[in-house]
Unconditional design. Structure first.
Lengths: 195, 195
């Protein structure tokens, strides 16, 4: 296989990219600046060395512990529990939460062979016990697995006397009632707030 | 800027990828195998050295002249004229054409400052004169610029006594009449064939 076909094949393995998009991207890189291709090459080459997991919270970071865990300006009494490291970036972008994070590394999914023991739940309990945590906000995805995991984690936390909350479910901002699914509408009725 | 943000920024510069897709791709590479990231890095790093333009037809190739130009099994009396090197790959995938190619390197577009002198038209005329070419199939895109360029090239070829043709316009195979645009429908009427 030649270099271009090989590149197209590798690009088409990335999420959301079919063979057509991969081909268009490969040709764009080829007909673009050599420096752009080399910059991308360098970044990809050092990615796995530069970015590690924080030993405290499990986020992706270039320094261990991560900038959030070492930031004395953050609210150290609240932990937000997420499924994946990339969820931290999404929540940080909301600028709404100023506490700490804890990455579970997945969800309980018996079909995929993932049980509670495969998730970073023990270390979460340890942090709650030792670090004076007052509230744990569970921000797993609003899916069957995410809900199951949230319930499981909440039960483990019960005896530690910490407040456990879950992110609100409802209509997405800027969304359209007409296009909202039944379950989301039902949840937004149940969670309605006073005006 | 950290490595991950930098990577997301570089990926989002690729065609068809916004910031959200770029973020998803970057995280997928990060959470995937180190070997996959390194293979992609290596391919991108050597891309511009490995792939050059054929000195005869202008296609992308790893050897000069390219495999098509040196293939004695191809019909050496027919040249298919395309805009870009990537068009050659698309036409080759149809397995319908067995002649040679000629890449113009663009289209006549006065608004973008591209005139006939910026395209590989002189070298096309040279090939037609010297290589016993009997037919030139013009396969520029069916756009205003592509049509203008096709007409211009056809006129230049007129005095060389070579047959000049253009790819048929009509409904795409598997397409739906209902969704075809007026111009395409008009062209498919005009170009209708006997059954």
């Amino acid at each position: 296989m030649n270099t271009l076909d090989h590149l197209i094949q590798e690009i088409s393995r990335l999420p959301g990219l079919g063979r057509k998009s991969a081909t268009r991207i490969a040709y764009a890189i080829l007909s673009g600046d050599r420096a752009d291709a080399e910059r991308l090459s360098t970044l990809l080459g050092r990615l796995h060395d530069a970015i590690i997991r924080c030993s405290v919270c499990g986020s992706y970071t270039e320094t261990d512990p991560c900038p959030v865990c070492t930031d004395s300006g953050r609210d150290r009494s609240t932990i937000c529990v997420v499924e994946q490291p990339q969820d931290v970036a999404a929540l940080e972008a909301s600028h709404e939460f100023h506490g700490l994070y804890h990455v579970l590394g997945g969800v309980i999914a018996p079909i995929d062979g993932v049980g509670p023991g495969d998730l970073a739940i023990g270390s979460l309990l340890g942090r709650v016990r030792q670090d004076g945590i007052e509230e744990v906000i569970i921000a797993t995805n609003p899916t069957v697995e995410g809900d199951t995991t949230a319930l499981y984690v909440a039960r483990q936390l019960e005896e530690l006397g910490v407040r456990v909350t879950r992110l609100a479910l409802g209509l997405p901002v800027g969304g359209d009632l007409e296009y909202a699914d039944r379950l989301t509408l039902a949840r937004s009725f149940r969670g309605r707030t006073s005006l």
